[in-house]
Write a protein that binds this ligand. Sequence first.
Ligand SMILES: NC(=O)c1ccc[n+]([C@@H]2O[C@H](COP(=O)([O-])OP(=O)(O)OC[C@H]3O[C@@H](n4cnc5c(N)ncnc54)[C@H](OP(=O)(O)O)[C@@H]3O)[C@@H](O)[C@H]2O)c1
Length: 295
Amino acid sequence: MSPSTARTERTVLITGATGGIGRAAAVHFAAQGARVFATGRKLDLLEALEKEVGDPARLQGLALDVNDAASIAAAVAKIDEHTDGAGIDVLVNNAGYGLIGPLLDINDERLRAQFDTNVFGLMAVTRAFVPAMIRKRRGRIVNVGSIAGRLTMPFMGAYNASKFAVEALSDALRMELQPFGIDVSIIEPGPIATGFSSTSMGTVGELDASASLYAPILAEADKMHKGADRLNSPVEVVVRAIHEAAFEDNPRARYVVPGSLQAVIWAAKATPTRLLDAILRRALGLTAKKLAPSV
Ligand SMILES: NC(=O)c1ccc[n+]([C@@H]2O[C@H](COP(=O)([O-])OP(=O)(O)OC[C@H]3O[C@@H](n4cnc5c(N)ncnc54)[C@H](OP(=O)(O)O)[C@@H]3O)[C@@H](O)[C@H]2O)c1
């Protein structure tokens, strides 16, 4: 058996595998010979995924809502049963969504829900599955963060805050788990062609836009959204990075995907904060002329 076959034969669990990046990663890993537990909330979509792969030894769907402690515990028990207590070797914390909108229009309940899924859910799943890796003194955790965890944009503050938190948690976990043979990487995708942007736009739709201070900008949200979608990269670029983080020797701590976005991060970091603010405000139409013409 070649070393790379040995690696891909490992057991992988992916959260949020009912669509987008998680689903594509699940199909890829199964095709590579890994044993995949594809988890999510929508059982019909997991069944369709099982059918597509058509090999229960390679891919099994499993109910797992990252916000539900009982569902996480049930998934751990099922995996222990299926693996004779060995547990998983690779955890891909992918489930997440983007809560978009002006911060003043986002109440505590919705802000907490954003952190529940993107931050607390990721940590709850990690705590649940890491003990088996510690017993084996081997494992990989791949957290799907975002370029939004490196750069802040107006109207993305809630999502930015959650993904900045994922950055810090990933860095601390990497140092804390290294003595136990567990590696932690974070994937930082830019805009990717998945269901993500329509789910995010759905959160804008939940706002009372006409009552917002930012009504003139929110009225153009659809147009901006369509423009932004033209920047999307295909999901495969993220899957490649997750693969590398999961299976390659010496995985990197962070993967910006596509790699060309690294230059954007460097340029933004090299730009004085107030100048960057002005550039982003102008791009989003955040001007007194537009928002507060009578002041
Ligand atoms: N696409 C992008 O442009 C982009 C860019 C940077 C980072 N990301 C990150 O990539 C990850 C995957 O997003 P995606 O692009 O693949 O979007 P997507 O197509 O909307 O998929 C998101 C997945 O997360 C799942 N999910 C949401 N809440 C969940 C919960 N409480 N428990 C379990 N699963 C849950 C969704 O399941 P349901 O169908 O049940 O909601 C879905 O399977 C997210 O963490 C996102 O922040 C995406």
